[in-house]
Unconditional design. Structure first.
Length: 172
């Protein structure tokens, strides 16, 4: 299912399939950090603006709100995905995403810094971590400075496959 979302062929149906289907079923909007959207740090390049990692038809197919310190006009792409760049903080981005979602769920796509900010603010109701053992370098620590209680989230499901472990946390 995930490969199909990205326009790729192949893959298999296994224990991961319902996990991915469930996590994507009721999303009406997504919030992500600038690093997740990508490009480069600092102001946007007006001559050659970054359009994301996903090409002209991103896998979201709903509104996406990007946390950034640098203003930019919305980016409309195929499939119903519009990236809106929010410069007035995580609460403003979440409120705009909730309005756009129209009663559906708001997904927090990451990266680690944005996810950590929402988690620290107690604004995460559920969290699905898809743990793939790949060495990428130093990276960012998702739970750095959060403490050991995960802000009221408890582990409610674990699905282990040879190449991925899905961990679902939910508010008590």
């Amino acid at each position: 299912m995930f490969r199909a979302l990205l326009g790729m062929e192949g893959g298999e149906v296994n224990e991961s399939t319902p996990v991915v289907e469930e996590s994507l079923a009721s999303i009406g909007a997504t919030v992500m950090g600038r690093n997740m959207f990508g490009g480069h740090p600092g102001p946007w390049d007006a001559q050659n603006p970054w359009k994301g990692w996903w090409g002209v038809n991103p896998p979201f197919h709903h509104p996406v709100f990007v946390l950034t310190h640098h203003a930019r006009e919305p980016l409309e792409l195929e499939g119903g995905t519009t990236f809106t760049f929010v410069t007035d903080g995580l609460h403003a981005a979440l409120e705009r995403a909730r309005q756009a979602a129209g009663g559906k769920d708001v997904s927090l796509a990451g990266g680690a810094n944005a996810a950590r900010q929402y988690l620290a603010a107690g604004l995460v109701d559920e969290m699905e971590i898809n743990l793939v053992p790949t060495l990428l370098g130093s990276g960012e620590r998702l739970f750095e400075g959060i403490g050991d209680d995960l802000k009221g989230l408890d582990l409610v499901r674990t699905v282990a496959r040879p190449k991925v472990t899905h961990l679902k946390y939910a508010k008590r």
